[in-house]
Design a protein around this ligand. Sequence first.
Ligand code: PEP
Length: 292
Amino acid sequence: MLSATFIVVVVIVCIVTKSSYAYHFQRIITNRRSLQMIADGRVPLMGGNWKLNPTSTAAATSLASELAALTATTKGVDIVVFPPSPFLVPVNSVIQNSNVKLGGQNCYHENSGAYTGAISTCMLKDVGVQYVLCGHSERRTLFKDKDDGINKKIKKVLKDDLKAVLCIGETKDEYEAGLNQEVCAIQIMKDLKDITPEDMSNVIIAYEPVWAIGTGLVCPKEVAQDIHKYIRSLIEKKYGSEIARKIIIQYGGSVKPDNIKELMEMPDIDGALVGGASLTAQSFALIVNYNQ
Ligand code: PEP
């Protein structure tokens, strides 16, 4: 009886003082999925992929600083933005001491040399980048990035102690032909070739059905859950159950403030990679703060 009273008092104090224990306690009692994620040590990751936007330093720094302000009290979620390369330095300067981390949209697998137009991981790291997108579908289709090159990028990202966000997913035709699992399996096999179990703690997978990217079409949450679960099972086969339980698998494809909550209720969806809706601070902050 005494200990029950003690627990109730502690919980009330936590809630009143808004401590992070209170945050986790609230999540646990409101969301069984969160309990599983916490048990597995997975913290949701929300990424904002700005692509070729915005078009000025002033607009980029204002977007980043507004986001930093709107997420100043966010807890229990990792946040990263991927600005265009010319804006990495100014964006980094406005997100210092905030909850927002910096990501690069692409990299090359060499450090330096005669590779006009390329950006290396040591350069990205030098300007404060912690995450790098590898194999985004726009890179695969528009810039002809192939799996062996993506694999080299991931190896270089990991060698330099950065986190690789590997983007995978099927096209509309492949989806309609029921080939989503096969496509993901092939991409994982090729893109993670020779990646060691030790390196896997720095790998994030973003499942992004190509037909849902920038189209307003969202993969039904049950279908997304099935494929996320399948991807986790592939990781389990390749790396074992502990790594599979810990790996973050994001969903990407027309994520908006009004659909994030239902996606995040799925037990194998661990966050989102967001394009269009990350270009206004308010909408991305609503996605980041989906649980509040
Ligand atoms: C993306 O760029 O990875 C993406 C998912 O874009 P959008 O959210 O606009 O569909």
